[in-house]
Design a binder for this molecule. Structure first.
Ligand SMILES: [Fe+2]
Length: 444
């Protein structure tokens, strides 16, 4: 098979589903951690056509661990059984409400909400529900309440417990859809919002009073769709802008503000500050301008966009200029003011961006601490878990997979969020391919 940057090394798939119990731990896992750390990512179930394959297209595979009483009880990795995946594995297709022809094994994020474990993805496909042990139940439309597809980046309001989302789908034309799922796990509200084209809207922001849309210049590309590759392309013509609307808006009064051309996959967090809305974002100078969205599209930076609702403009400011991605905050401050943010820093090679540090940004002091790892040790997105419900904003741990190129294995690494020092490392029986997003799902 020809060399491909996203099919080789630790971007390449693993081929076995493994169940391992009583895993070896170096250090001490905090005894209060009682739940599962889950992470989703692309893991093609068959060798794809390398000319068409893009990293974002691989079959979703969830890797998870069950932690309890200071022990790592199990590790499992499981493909998400969409209809196509079930057929390839020789299993019955799980019945359930797929969205038209958009039956895809979600590969981007995995969350827990209202008692369900959900593998999720954007662009028209529905979530797939998983069991606690990561077996696939079937596609989920929240008891018939979700009209279309969903997103990989819903936001859980930490006060109300409701799950807010912005979804897009090329088949909707120039519209995106805001939805709110209640604590009962049913969609209680959807709002269609007009945009200027068939945009790829990977994420959005939520504040206490507002919903923020990133209407940025990456558009559905029918020519690419016909060739079987990922059908989105950077546009030099499409006006980059941010939209702000009230949480209870019907979508007709969105205020739009132009920004410099760029792409934002991931905001870190957002909050209201009087007449301003503060958006901390990871800014890509471009994306989908090259075959693999490689380093030649420029360095990603952590930026602050302050939307001045009174003056009608956005002030763009650089917070940190080192290449970074996968921003996370303490989930208790989502949509409210935050002080700390955690990202993964990257070194750039000719074709790839390879992670090598975890960064902790103190946005009150405007300082950044960096935790380096060993040669060829590659950290991934870090999820914050507080020590207790009323612990301070950085009083807790960060957890995420770290791949070691020397051993070709991965660990679940637990860091002290205060100091970024390692608290514990759970040694896994195989490598976890580089992937996307994850969650700590506490036992309830
Ligand atoms: Fe994402």
């Amino acid at each position: 098979m020809p060399r491909h940057p996203y099919l080789d090394g630790n971007f390449g798939p693993v081929h076995e589903e493994v169940t391992a119990t009583e895993l070896a731990v170096t250090g001490t896992l905090p005894a209060h951690l009682d739940g599962r750390y889950l992470r989703n990512g692309p893991n093609p179930i068959e060798v794809p056509d390398p000319d068409a394959y893009h990293w974002f297209m691989g079959t979703g595979m969830v890797h998870g661990l069950r932690l309890r009483d200071g022990k790592a009880e199990w590790y499992r990795n499981r493909w998400v059984r969409s209809g196509d995946v079930a057929r390839k594995l020789g299993e019955p297709v799980r019945p359930g409400p797929t969205h038209g022809d958009m039956d895809f094994a979600p590969n981007t994020h995995v969350i827990g909400h209202a008692g369900r474990t959900l593998a999720i993805v954007e662009a028209g496909s529905r979530p797939y529900e998983l069991t606690d042990d990561l077996d696939t139940v079937g596609p989920c439309d929240f008891d018939g309440t979700l009209p279309g597809g969903y997103t990989a980046h819903p936001k859980l309001d930490p006060v109300t417990g409701e799950l807010h989302a912005m979804s897009y789908f090329w088949g909707w034309g120039d519209k995106v859809q805001y939805s709110v799922i209640g604590t009962d796990g049913r969609v209680r509200r959807t709002v269609d919002i007009d945009v200027n084209g068939p945009v790829m809207m990977h994420d959005f922001s939520l504040t206490e009073d507002h919903v923020v849309l990133y209407d940025l210049p990456v558009l559905f590309d029918l020519d690419k769709a016909m060739t079987g590759t990922l059908p989105y392309t950077w546009s030099d013509e499409y006006q980059a802008r941010v939209g702000v609307m009230g949480r209870e808006s019907d979508g007709s009064d969105v205020r739009w503000f132009d920004v410099e051309p760029c792409y934002v996959y991931h905001p870190l967090n957002a909050y209201d500050d009087g007449d301003r809305v503060v958006l901390d974002v990871v800014r890509h100078p471009k994306t989908f301008a090259t075959r693999h969205n490689g380093p030649d599209e420029g360095v990603t930076t952590l930026d602050r966009w302050t939307v001045d609702l009174a003056a009608g403009k956005v002030i763009e400011e650089r917070l940190h200029d080192r290449a970074q991605e996968f921003p996370r905050v303490d989930e208790r401050v989502v949509s409210r003011p935050h002080r700390y943010g955690y990202t993964v820093g990257f070194e750039l090679t000719d074709e790839l961006q390879l992670s090598n540090v975890v960064m902790k940004h103190d946005l009150a002091k405007r300082t950044t601490e960096t935790r380096a790892f060993g040669e060829d040790q590659r950290p991934a997105e870090m999820v914050f878990v507080p020590d207790s419900p009323d612990a301070g904003e950085d009083e807790g741990v960060l957890m995420g997979y770290v791949y070691d190129g020397d051993t070709d294995r991965s660990d679940l690494v637990v860091l002290d969020a205060g100091t970024l020092e390692t608290v514990a490392a759970v040694h896994l029986p195989q490598r976890v391919p580089f992937g996307f997003h994850g969650s700590w799902v506490p036992t309830v």
